[in-house]
Write a protein that binds this ligand. Structure first.
Ligand code: 4AD
Ligand code: MG
Length: 461
C-alpha cells in the first residue's frame, strides 16, 4: 500500500500512475453510475478522494458501504487543479476489507468532545483526535530528541515503589493481599510483610528519587514514563494516570534548571510547528484561534521570572478577583497561576522560592530558612505545566526534614546515601506530558489529549 502521506509529500512521483491505498471511509456518496469516497488512512491529516464507476463489478456493493468501512483501492492518481484537494484517485477496483455496520457512531457531523470521550476506541478516527494524537507522538519524540542531543541518559525508573516522592499521600496501593482476610500484625495493623514485596508498596507518583541516583553517576539523565496519582480532583487538568518527563542534572542549581526547562519547551514547540503544520493550522482554526501566534511569541521571547513572595504581593492587590484569597504561605490555586501568566506577564512565567511548608521534603532550603529552591513554570491557558527544584544535597538537613515530616527513614536510606557518597549540587523538574500536549494543541481538557483517560470514576476501556 502507498501511504496517503507519501502522495501528499511526493506528489510528482505518483501523478498519472497506478497505485494502491488502504484506509477507512470518512464519507461516501453515489449517483447512478459513479460515486465518491473520502478515505483516510491516518498517515496524513488530509484525506484522499476516490472516484469509482459502475464499470466495477462490485459497484452496488461498494455504493452501499457505510462510513467507517475499511477498503483497499487500486487506481490512478490524477491532478484536480480546480478542486479543494490537489488530486484524486480514479479507481479500477475497490476491495472491501471490512464493512461497517450502519450504527457506526461517527457520522459526518461534528460531535462534541464529551460524546467522543464515551467512544475513546473510535475517536482517533476523527480529524481532531488524529491531529491530537499525532502531535502527542511528535511531542514525545521531540522531548527524547532534545535530551538525547544534549547527551542525557534515558533512565527507566520503576512504576512500583516503596517511597512517596511528593509526600502527598496520593498513592495507589499495589497489593496481592486478600482483602477479605487481611493479615494483621501484633498492633492490629495490616501486616505487609506477608504481601508480595514483603512491604507496603504503591504505584509511583514520580520517577524523581530514582532518577536522582542515576544523575549522581551520569550527571545528566531523564526519565519519561507513566505516573499515578489518586488525587481526588475532578478538573480539566488532572488525570489519575499521566506521563511525566523528568530530567535531573548534577553540578547544577535552580538557575540551570530553569534554563533547561525554557530551552526544552521552546524546542518542542518549534519541533511540532515544523513537523505538523497541517495539524497545527487545524487547531488554530477550529480549537484555539490565537494558538499559532501565541506559540510563535513564546519561542521568540524570554520567560518571565518572579519569586513566590513577589507573586503574592502582586496577587494580593487583586484579591477581589479571586475565589480563594491569597496570603503568604498559601499554595497558589489555578486561578492565581492563570492570572499571573495570562494577565500580569502574558507569557510563560517561572515562580521560584516557595514556602517550604507547601513543597516536598527533598527541596533545598534557602538561606532565609523559610523558603526552598523550588520552581513552577506557569503557562497561559493551563497554569502549572512544570514543577521542579534544586535538591537538598546536605545529609543532615535532609535527614532532619525527613524526620520532621514523619517519613520512614528506612524507606529513604538509598536517597540519603547519595548525600553521603560524593554529594553534588543538583536539580531537576517534571513536565506534565499531557499538560504539555494541551499547551501545544489548545485542547482544554486533559481527557482529550491522552488516548484512554483515567480520572475519578472513569476507567473505561
Ligand atoms: O509538581 P509535581 O508534583 O512535581 C513532581 O512530581 C516532581 N517530582 C518533579 C521533579 O522535580 N522531577 O508534578 C510535575 C508536573 C506538574 O507540573 C504537572 O504538569 C504534572 O506533573 N502533573 C499532573 N498532570 C496531570 N494530572 C495530574 N494529576 C498531575 N499532577 C502533576
Ligand atoms: Mg507541582
Amino acid at each position: 500500500l502507498t501511504a496517503i502521506r507519501e502522495l501528499y509529500k511526493n506528489k510528482e512521483n505518483y501523478l498519472d500512475k497506478k497505485l494502491t491505498v488502504g484506509g477507512w471511509v470518512r464519507s461516501i456518496r453515489d449517483s447512478k453510475t459513479f460515486g465518491f469516497i473520502v478515505l483516510n488512512d491516518g498517515t496524513f491529516f488530509e484525506p484522499l478522494q476516490i472516484v469509482y464507476h459502475d464499470k466495477m463489478e462490485n459497484f452496488l456493493e461498494v455504493s452501499k458501504l457505510n462510513v467507517g468501512a475499511a477498503v483497499i483501492v487500486t487506481g490512478t492518481l490524477v491532478a484536480t487543479p480546480q478542486a479543494k484537494q490537489p488530486f484524486e484517485i480514479q479507481a479500477d477496483t475497490v476491495e472491501i476489507e471490512g464493512a461497517s455496520a450502519p450504527d457506526y457512531p461517527l457520522q459526518k457531523k461534528r460531535h462534541s468532545f464529551e460524546y467522543l470521550r464515551t467512544i475513546s476506541h473510535l475517536r482517533p478516527r476523527t480529524n481532531t483526535f488524529q491531529a491530537v494524537f499525532r502531535v502527542r507522538s511528535l511531542t514525545a519524540f521531540a522531548l527524547h530528541k532534545f535530551f538525547q542531543e544534549r547527551g542525557f541518559v534515558y533512565v527507566h525508573t520503576p512504576l512500583i515503589t516503596g517511597s512517596d516522592c511528593e509526600g502527598a499521600g496520593e498513592m495507589f496501593r499495589v497489593t496481592t493481599l486478600d482483602m477479605e482476610n487481611v493479615p494483621k500484625n501484633d498492633e492490629g495493623q495490616t501486616d505487609y510483610t506477608q504481601d508480595f514485596f514483603g512491604k507496603e508498596t504503591s504505584l509511583t507518583v514520580s520517577g524523581q528519587l530514582n532518577a536522582e541516583t542515576y544523575a549522581q553517576a551520569f550527571c545528566n539523565v531523564y526519565t519519561f514514563g507513566p505516573t499515578f496519582r489518586a488525587e481526588n480532583s475532578n478538573t480539566a487538568r488532572h488525570a489519575a494516570e499521566f506521563w511525566m518527563i523528568e530530567p535531573e542534572i548534577a553540578f547544577a542549581d535552580l538557575d540551570d534548571d530553569m534554563m533547561l526547562a525554557e530551552a526544552m519547551l521552546k524546542y518542542v514547540i518549534s519541533y511540532v510547528l515544523e513537523e505538523a503544520p497541517e495539524e497545527m493550522n487545524f487547531f488554530n482554526s477550529f480549537v484555539d484561534k490565537g494558538l499559532l501566534e501565541r506559540l510563535h511569541n513564546v519561542v521568540s521571547s524570554d520567560f518571565a521570572r518572579v519569586t513566590y513572595t513577589e507573586a503574592i504581593e502582586i496577587l494580593k492587590k487583586n484579591n477581589d478577583k479571586f475565589e480563594y484569597k491569597v496570603s503568604w504561605g498559601a499554595d497558589l490555586q489555578t486561578e492565581h497561576e492563570r492570572y499571573l501568566t495570562e494577565v500580569v506577564f502574558k507569557r510563560p512565567v517561572f515562580v521560584t522560592d516557595y514556602p517550604k511548608e507547601i513543597k516536598a521534603f527533598y527541596m533545598k532550603l534557602n538561606e532565609d530558612g523559610k523558603t526552598v529552591a523550588a520552581v513552577d513554570c506557569l503557562v497561559p491557558g493551563i497554569g502549572e505545566i512544570i514543577g521542579g527544584s534544586q535538591r537538598e544535597d546536605d545529609y543532615d538537613k535532609l535527614l532532619a526534614r525527613i524526620e520532621e515530616m514523619g517519613m520512614k527513614e528506612e524507606d529513604y536510606k538509598f536517597y540519603l546515601d547519595l548525600r553521603k557518597y560524593g554529594s553534588t549540587r543538583h536539580a531537576g523538574f517534571g513536565l506534565g506530558f499531557e499538560r504539555c500536549v494541551m499547551y501545544l494543541t489548545g485542547m482544554s481538557n486533559i481527557r482529550d489529549v491522552i488516548p484512554f483517560p483515567r480520572t475519578v470514576n472513569n476507567c473505561e476501556l
